[in-house]
Write a protein that binds this ligand. Structure first.
Ligand code: V47
Length: 382
């Protein structure tokens, strides 16, 4: 029986040689308590791919409605049609939010929300159009794989046509939400009604075929086991081998407050850092790993920059999904604060746009420059 140290040494040799880690390697990493060894290996990959850069962007969130037909156990954001908390933003409110974001110099609007029982697909298309009318330069990163599937259902159109309609309205890329945990043992329990794993992956595959980039997430720290997390990462790695369209992976720590799983404690700091490091190590074909400060907390996000993460998301503003679930982080982080956090972590802060072009800025005015290439990805030995 190999010892933990010998298993980790064998994995370290593979990582140093740029070789792909197997499912069993992933499980061995999960079973290890040697946080420093995991961090050191993940940091090696992180620096091989992204050097000493710590990326961030200037963005804002819009959640157009919280009314949702689905009742995912982990969600504290959703509301029924007749719930006093229910809201739906109209054209004026969306345009006002987009204009405010533009005035603050945001390069991206992150738009996700509920699947409203009564709103037609056209509303969601209009949201994109309204944003582009109010702020033409802003990149619209909108609608998860789950939302896209819903639109296909209510509009009775293939996923490809739905994505094309959104593209024509001004969609720039897809965010990574809705992935949760792909393994059916877990998915059926926490969100069995919504888009299946196969459909989520199909939406992203189709988006990549249409030339859109997208992100991917994993919701961890609830009922899933290590094997479900490794399975999730490998399914993403396989799709990325096929399409190359994913940019960033974002592990999302479960926040239990106000959800139907509120008896589960929040993931610990050790778990947050382990999942970050293992994600970096398993997803050898993803250029970026994001430590989303809103859900990790600012302090853990900063430390995560040494555990595989190269990006800490953006200024955010108006986040609801986590704050409804008890996140204690502020609603907004200023650019000065983000840059200070990254610099203090020993990294060089780089403002990027959604598609990882370097941003040059003069106050609120900005220009996207060259694409930040991650050339070493091509060197991963399979
Ligand atoms: O899909 C919902 C998660 C996701 C809770 O692409 C929860 O750049 C924890 O996907 N506790 C939406 N998580 C957010 C998301 C995201 C966030 C930041 C950046 C990007 C990106 C994407 O939030 C949902 C779900 O997995 N979520 N409720 C909760 N109580």
């Amino acid at each position: 029986m190999p010892t933990e140290a010998s298993r980790l040494n064998a994995i370290r040799e593979k990582v140093e040689a740029g070789q792909r880690l197997s499912f069993d390697d992933g499980i061995a990493l999960e079973e290890s308590n040697d946080l420093f060894a995991l961090g050191t290996m993940a940091n090696l990959v992180r620096e091989r791919y992204n050097g000493n850069f710590g990326y961030y962007n200037v963005n804002t969130h819009i959640n157009p409605t919280n009314v949702c037909v689905y009742k995912c156990d982990f969600c504290a954001f959703r509301a029924d049609l007749d719930d006093p908390r229910a809201y739906t933003m109209d054209e004026g409110q969306i345009k006002e939010r987009a204009a405010q974001a533009h005035g603050r110099g945001a390069t991206e609007l992150h738009i996700v929300g509920g699947l409203h029982h009564k709103l037609p697909f056209q509303y969601y298309v209009d949201v994109v159009r309204w944003v582009k009318e109010a702020a033409p330069e802003i990149h619209v990163k909108a609608y998860t794989g789950v939302e896209v599937e819903w639109f296909a259902k209510i509009d009775r159109k293939p996923i490809r046509d739905i994505l094309q309609t959104l593209l024509d309205a001004g969609l720039g890329s897809l965010p990574g939400g809705g992935a949760e945990i792909f393994h059916p043992e877990v998915r059926e329990q926490i969100c069995g009604a919504k888009a299946s794993t196969a459909t989520w992956l199909e939406v992203h595959r189709t988006a990549h075929q249409l030339g859109l980039h997208s992100n991917a997430t994993m919701l961890y720290g609830h009922i899933e086991k290590p094997l479900h997390r490794i399975d999730h990462l490998i399914r993403l790695r396989e799709l990325q081998d096929e399409t190359g369209g994913f940019q960033t992976f974002i592990p999302l720590a479960f926040h239990p407050d106000n959800s139907r799983m509120d008896e589960i404690p929040k993931p610990s700091g050790v778990m947050d850092l382990k999942v970050m490091a293992i994600s970096r190590l398993m997803l050898d074909n993803f250029p970026h790993i994001k430590a989303y400060w809103v859900m990790l907390g600012i302090k853990t996000a900063q430390v995560a920059l040494a555990f595989g993460a190269d990006d800490i998301d953006g200024t955010v503003v108006h986040e609801k999904i986590y704050h409804d679930a008890g996140a204690e982080t502020p609603q907004e982080c200023t650019v000065a604060e983000i840059r200070r956090l990254i610099t203090e972590a020993g990294r060089v802060p780089v403002e990027r746009d959604t598609l990882y072009h370097r941003v040059e800025r003069d106050g609120a005015a900005w220009t996207s420059r060259e694409h930040i290439d991650v050339p070493t990805l091509a060197l991963v030995a399979r």
